[in-house]
Design a protein around this ligand. Sequence first.
Ligand SMILES: [Zn+2]
Length: 103
Amino acid sequence: MGRPGRVRSGDVNLIELQDVIARTYGERDHDRGVASTVAWLAEEFGELAQAVRKGSAAEIEHEFSDVLAWVASLANQVGIDLTTAIDRFQDGCPKCEQLPCEC
Ligand SMILES: [Zn+2]
């Protein structure tokens, strides 16, 4: 068992991700503001792009976790529930409604 309330790896969903990020960084992120969070997210996307291009699998995984954490933080700050947001992909392509996409 990890610390109480800690997200266990292999057991995380988007609700839990947003919750743990809010509890871990919520106050600081709120003080920093949305514009700064967007800037950090953009920087992390850059690091992910670089890792995918020339990093190890561990480095790529690390950068994915940073990007997901910043996405969760931004969603928290602007009041978006990522689980609801991703619902539009639940039945396949939101445009053509096919799975796989036939657009
Ligand atoms: Zn489609």
